[in-house]
Design a protein. Structure first.
Length: 159
C-alpha cells in the first residue's frame, strides 16, 4: 500500500504482533498513542525501513521496545511518554533519532549508551523518579542527558 501515515490512536490496541505492518512498507508515520499497548513483538515493525515517526505515548509499556525498534533505521522521532517504562536495555542504539520523549515513565537510571546520542538529539526525561547514585555516574559527562535529570532519591539531593 502507498499509505504514508497510519493513525491508530485511541483504539484499545493491547499487543503489536509480528509483521503487523508488513504490507505498509511506505509508512513514514505511525500514531499509536492512547491505546493499551503492553507488549510489542520484536518483529512488529518488520519492513518499515522508511518509518520516521513512531508515537506510542499513553500506553501500558513497561519495557523499552529496543528489539522491535532496531530495524527502524530511518526513525527520527520516538514518543514513549506516559507509559510505565522502568528499564532500557544497555545495548539499545537508535542512530537516526533526533527526538526521544521518555517523560513520565518509571525510569530511575539510564544505560551509558544514551551518551551516544549527539547534541542534535533532543531528549525529554521529565517526570521520572531518578535514583541519583553510582549508576548515573557514567552519564555525568553527557550534558544532554545529565542536565535533564532531576533526582528523586536519595532525598538529600532530590530536585
Amino acid at each position: 500500500m502507498d499509505m504514508e501515515t497510519l493513525d491508530l490512536r485511541r483504539n484499545h490496541i493491547k499487543t503489536l504482533l509480528s509483521n503487523n505492518f508488513v504490507n505498509y512498507s511506505k509508512l513514514s508515520n505511525i500514531y499509536l498513542s492512547g491505546n493499551k499497548v503492553a507488549e510489542i513483538h520484536q518483529d512488529a515493525f518488520n519492513g518499515l525501513t522508511k518509518l520516521e515517526t513512531l508515537q506510542l505515548s499513553d500506553n501500558f509499556l513497561r519495557t523499552f521496545p529496543c528489539r522491535a525498534l532496531e530495524e527502524l533505521t530511518a526513525l527520527r522521532t520516538l514518543k514513549l511518554d506516559n507509559n510505565t517504562i522502568d528499564l532500557i536495555p544497555t545495548n539499545c542504539t537508535l542512530p537516526a533519532l533526533t527526538f526521544i520523549d521518555l517523560s513520565n515513565n518509571n525510569l530511575q537510571t539510564l544505560p551509558e549508551s544514551f551518551c551516544s546520542f549527539g547534541e542534535t538529539t533532543k531528549l525529554s526525561f521529565d517526570g521520572n523518579p531518578w535514583r541519583c547514585d553510582d549508576s548515573l555516574l557514567p552519564l555525568l559527562p553527557c550534558e544532554q542527558v545529565s542536565s535533564r535529570i532531576k533526582c528523586t532519591v536519595p532525598f538529600n539531593i532530590s530536585g
